[in-house]
Design a protein around this ligand. Structure first.
Ligand code: BGP
Length: 476
């Protein structure tokens, strides 16, 4: 049994569901120049926005204009919290202005007020894969120290404005994704950075990461000054990596690969660089621009909790050449498939026990409360003639994962703040840019090309999740 104030909720991200990409003074963000990657093609980062090109995030599911109707559905489901993000470019359209855009600020006032009216607590990510495009173009994104200051100003502005409405914050969504430099989407959306020919992507990534970690720590320090009761966490993507066998070489290969998973959280939580990262920098002769002042900021700006996403696990075999399937397909460098697990339509391994394992490992490592801020099952759903959607596979996935988290709390003694399944309402998939990869418990009539009525329908999982929440996780 989880505690009575356990935060059952749902998770979303501004650019994937709001739409209104240029409404009320919003500036273009790095995500607004990315095409849809439907039909197996990767998403492309374009230089500018072209009229003839379809950008799935521009309209998304139009929450910007339908927020009342959608929040009423979330309330009917009984959500205790809603995790979403603030589109930075609504607040600072270019990113480097002196004054914020009042209309952008007012939009989130309306949204948070509406949530609170229904007793739903907003849980807010400051940057979920987006920053004003201008900051990427003019300054090179987080390559540039100036962007640390712009982020800090953005953070302070929203902390001040929503003080009293929002208590739980996170700085950067899945900040550790950009360790995978093979997929240009991650560095671009996390940091507004592209790697030029002749540059070492790993070196670029570490410098950018440093600036972003300092920015995150500065935000924590600023937030705590504004309201010491704020709970400000980090957010990492957690995909545990299992050794292929009990061959000690496989064990070490998995252990080493896990550094990729832990690096960012190690700094966020401990306030200093882990030994294995310092060694990697030294081995490769990477010299980063790190000042004494930065190190002091990192030490002071540590987080209150660890938010993480969990979708799948993966496997590593020592000495295997890079058989990398990219993260879209659930793999990572040197990963092999796990014969014990089924996979989703997108090849993501379904592993509820991996969630319990992750909760234990993260809690032992950090000794801080954890928050599962994303978990879910991307699938193709069928809208029946009578308006019903029978999403049994999604319910099976979610109920097995809830069972696992209960074990981690009940049996293993892990401290867990809440659980917000990803995409509580259908939205644009991040990695593919498609609508057909659906996560929601609410169906949205919209397809990959942007056709459809945008009408909302309840899936079978809607009533199911309502019961889960009502019974505080007993009835799954
Ligand atoms: C995480 C992101 C989300 C989300 C989710 C599912 O990486 O934080 O933004 O989209 O994964 O991924 P996808 O939409 O690619 O299926």
């Amino acid at each position: 049994m989880v505690q009575n104030d356990f935060l059952w909720g749902g998770a979303l991200a501004a650019h994937q569901f709001e739409g209104g990409w240029n409404s009320d003074g919003k500036g273009p963000s790095v995500i607004d120049v990315i095409t849809a990657g439907a039909h197996g093609k990767p998403r492309v980062i374009m230089d500018e926005i072209k009229e003839e090109v379809f950008y799935p995030n521009h309209e998304a599911i139009d929450f910007y204009h339908r927020y009342k109707e959608d929040i009423a559905l979330f309330a009917e489901m009984g959500l205790k919290c809603l995790r979403t993000s603030i589109a930075w470019a609504r607040i600072f359209p270019m990113g480097d202005e002196e004054e914020p855009n009042e209309e952008g600020l007012a939009f989130y006032d309306r949204v948070f007020d509406e949530l609170l009216k229904h007793g739903i607590e907003p849980v807010i990510t400051l940057s979920h894969f987006e920053m004003p495009l201008h900051l990427a173009k003019k300054y090179g994104g987080f390559r540039n120290r100036k962007v640390i200051d712009y982020f800090e100003k953005f953070a302070e502005t929203v902390f001040e404005r929503y003080n009293g409405k929002v208590k739980y914050w996170m700085t950067f969504n899945e900040i550790n994704n950009q360790m995978d430099t093979k997929n240009p989407l991650f560095l671009w959306t996390n940091s507004g950075v592209t790697v030029a020919e002749g540059e070492n992507p790993r070196e670029v990534m570490y410098q950018v990461a440093h600036h972003e970690l300092v920015a995150s720590a500065k935000a924590v320090i600023a937030g705590k000054k504004i309201n010491p009761d704020f709970q400000i966490g980090c957010m990492i993507s957690h995909v545990p990596i299992y050794p292929y066998s009990c061959d000690p070489e496989d064990i070490m290969a998995a252990e080493e690969a896990m550094h990729e998973r832990f690096f960012f959280a190690d700094v966020h939580v401990r306030g200093n660089y882990p030994r294995y990262a310092l060694k990697e920098l030294e081995r490769n002769g990477f010299v980063l621009d790190i000042s004494e002042d930065d190190l002091d900021v990192l030490k002071k700006g540590t987080v209150d909790y660890v938010g993480f996403s969990y979708y799948m696990s993966t496997v590593v075999k020592a000495g295997t050449e890079n058989q990398a399937k990219d993260i879209v397909n659930g793999g990572l460098a040197n990963s092999v498939s796990n014969p014990y697990l089924e996979v989703s339509d997108w090849d993501w391994a379904i592993d509820p026990v991996g969630l319990r394992y992750s909760l234990n490992r993260l809690y032992d490592r950090y000794q801080l409360p954890l928050f599962i801020v994303e978990n879910g099952f991307g699938a193709i759903d069928r809208l029946e003639e009578d308006g019903s959607i029978h999403d049994e596979a999604r319910m099976a996935y979610l109920s097995a994962h809830i069972e696992a988290l209960k074990k981690a709390v009940d049996y293993d003694g892990v401290e867990l703040l809440g659980y917000t399944p990803w995409g509580i309402i259908d939205l644009v998939s991040f990695t593919t840019g498609e609508m057909k990869k659906r996560y929601g418990m609410i169906y949205v009539d919209r397809d990959n090309e942007g056709n459809g009525s945008m009408k909302r329908y309840k899936k079978d999982s809607f009533e199911w999740y309502k019961k889960v929440i009502q019974s505080n996780g007993d009835d799954i």
